[in-house]
Ligand binder design. Structure first.
Ligand code: NDP
Length: 600
């Protein structure tokens, strides 16, 4: 009881409230609640940004390196391979330009709420100065093109091209890449960077294809209908009633613009996001020009350390992301805390998390005028159960007369009819429904990347992974020679995703140049190295099991069932800092340990 008085809240009561809110949202169907965007739903993923379709003849030639994906992963791989002196690189991208997630996600308000000075890769190499602390999506898209130009990646790029199947040709020791353009070309090395959130998902609710009004997913924004552009001005929504389903990081950014454009806006909420201050500002050029060479890596490392729960002498980024960790650390670093057991430390961390979330909930009360709406907008879960959001206009949007929050008490919308959305038993007639319902994460790799991969023995990756992911360092797969997989499975995951892609790219560059320098044709993870890595991933993943199981459902915990998929699909549980060190030490050792050269 005294604890409750001292803290200003009762931890037991909060624990019970978090459990209650989680339990409300747990569902038997987990990931199966969502519809795969194929068949009659394919129109949701058509590219609305193409000016014209590229005509070209199918390719049957051979390249040294093929890179699938033109987002930051592919761009970084291309850049680091060029730096390593590799010329014969072909990029393959389903969109009409480089940019990846920033090509597709052009919704109004799209911006990066991680500081641009750490989020954007290759800043020292390109000399680019981000205009603001939190850069707009449109500028990131432009910057992607800058990287591609700088590293001459337009030289051999296949845009508007979707890979349909890749297989290893054992006789030729080459990958064969087949696409929707009739291509069947060969590559000695294959880098796959499909993007972790590339496959939009829709809620599997009855009647979703009955709706007769206008509808689209946020990652394929229909400006032809809404008018305006990524900076807002949605004049096409005048006179219209609009509904948006979903209140994740995407919705948080576009709701203020929908609120301004539409006559009436209905925001259908299942779980509120945690919304902290963003406080954007122009880049301070005096500060920028005072940076010494090497500053960018130092800043990225510093941010990564702090948001991964590590300790650093200073906090260079000093924003809402790192504040969470600062507060947590303050609480566990006092003198009397030295010598705490792991269990006691975890309890302190939980209290610090409660404090942080209490301040997030207090912020809602301070901003939102209507007490009932404010209550519904308060998140009751630990900060990193879902991706934290940072925005200064989202909560104020609910003070507008034309905006209604339709909270569904954790149940989600019930049904879609010809005319609109049914929630809490009420039908809301709408001219337009926007799906801000996110992307597939926990489904099969093959389903998410859209093509199957067949390795040395003809075995497919889906078969190889039927009991869970199997890799060495998250990058190599036994039986799939000369293949490099970029992503978050079995690697160090960081909130600053391009940082992880950068580290992976460097590593790939090192391995390919070492393989070539030794005149080896093939490099492949050994079965033992793969098994050892899988064992490491599983043992580290157990450390995080309870935290994830206690969380409200979402894609961070496989929709509330972190154990449903094998623990093997987890990230490297000791965190990204430790993972990058594993890769660095491995390179320094110089033995290519765990990889067979010219095997088979
Ligand atoms: P999310 O998966 O985060 O959000 C999907 C939303 O749809 C959730 O609010 C979810 O509710 C809701 N939903 C799903 N089914 C239903 C239903 N049946 N009824 C009502 N609501 C439903 O997707 P986002 O596109 O918002 O974000 C995806 C990721 O993209 C982020 O997590 C982040 O990593 C990235 N991103 C990054 C940005 C940046 O600044 N760098 C900006 C925007 C996105 P529930 O929570 O209950 O599942």
């Amino acid at each position: 009881m005294s604890e409750a008085v001292d803290l200003g809240f009762d931890p037991d009561a909060l624990r019970a409230k978090y459990r209650e809110e989680r339990d409300k949202r747990l569902r038997e169907d987990g990931n199966d609640q969502y519809i795969e965007v194929t068949g009659q739903f394919s129109h949701y993923i058509e590219d609305p940004y193409l000016d014209e379709e590229i005509e070209r003849a199918p390719l049957t030639d051979e390249v040294e390196i093929a890179i699938i994906g033109g987002g930051f992963g592919g761009l970084l791989a291309g850049a680091r391979l060029r730096e390593a002196g590799l010329e014969n690189i072909r990029m393959i991208e389903k969109g009409g330009e480089f940019g990846g997630t920033w090509y597709w996600n052009r919704y109004p308000g799209a911006a990066c709420d991680i500081e641009s000075y750490v989020y954007l890769p290759l800043l020292e190499e390109t000399g680019y100065v981000p205009p603001k602390k939190y850069i707009d999506g449109a500028d990131i898209l432009e910057y992607s093109k800058t990287i591609a130009r700088k590293y001459d990646l337009y030289r051999d790029v296949l845009f508007q091209t979707e890979v349909q199947e890749v297989h290893w040709d054992e006789d030729a020791s080459r990958w064969v890449i087949r696409t929707n353009r009739g291509d069947a070309f060969k590559a000695r090395f294959l880098v796959m960077s499909n993007g972790p959130l590339n496959r939009p998902k829709l809620p599997g609710i009855p009647g979703i294809d009955d709706y007769k009004g206008h509808t689209f997913h946020t990652s394929r924004w229909d400006y032809g209908y809404t008018g305006g552009d990524a900076s807002g001005g949605l004049s096409g929504l005048k006179g219209r009633k609009v509904g948006i389903i979903g209140t994740g990081a995407t919705a948080v950014q576009c709701v203020p613009h929908l609120a301004e454009g539409a006559d009436e806006l209905y925001v259908f909420q299942r779980t509120p996001s945690s919304i902290d201050e963003r406080n954007d500002r122009p880049t301070d050029m005096t500060w920028w020009e005072s940076q010494k060479p090497g500053w960018h890596q130092e800043r990225m490392d510093n941010f990564n350390t702090l948001v991964s729960g590590g300790v650093a002498e200073q906090d260079l980024v000093n924003d809402g992301w790192t504040e969470i960790i600062r507060n947590l650390l303050l609480l566990v670093q006092s003198e009397e805390d030295s010598g705490l057991s792991m269990e006691e430390l975890m309890e302190k961390m939980e209290i610090a998390d409660f404090q942080k979330m209490e301040s997030i909930r207090a912020r809602v009360d301070a901003i939102v005028n209507d007490p009932e709406t404010a209550e519904h907008l308060k998140p009751y879960y630990r900060q990193f159960c879902k991706r934290p959001c940072f925005h200064d206009d989202y909560l104020p949007a609910f003070n507008r007369d034309n905006v209604t929050l339709v909270d569904t008490n954790g149940k989600g919308v019930e049904r879609i009819t010809e005319k609109g959305v049914v929630a809490n038993g009420v039908e809301y007639e709408l001219d337009c429904i926007v799906f801000g319902t996110g992307f597939e994460v926990g489904t099969d790799y093959q389903r998410r990347c859209g093509y199957e991969i067949h390795g040395r023995s003809g075995e497919s990756l889906s078969e190889h992974w039927k009991d869970g992911a199997r890799t060495f360092h998250g990058l190599h797969i036994h039986g799939f020679p000369n293949l490099f997989m970029m992503g978050h499975t079995q690697t160090g995951f960081t909130a600053n995703y391009p940082h992880a892609l950068n580290e992976q790219s460097r590593h790939i560059g090192y391995i390919i140049t070492r393989t070539q320098a030794g005149n080896h044709n093939v490099v492949e993870a050994s079965a033992e190295a793969e098994q050892q890595w899988v064992d490491t991933i599983v043992s580290l993943a157990r450390m995080n099991e309870k935290f994830l199981a206690d969380c409200t459902p979402g894609y961070y915990n496989n929709e509330g069932d972190p154990l449903a998929r094998s623990l093997q699909d987890a990230n490297y549980g000791a965190g990204p800092v430790a993972f990058f060190k594993v890769l660095e030490d491995w390179r320094e050792e110089g033995l290519m340990r765990g990889l067979d050269l010219d095997a088979g």
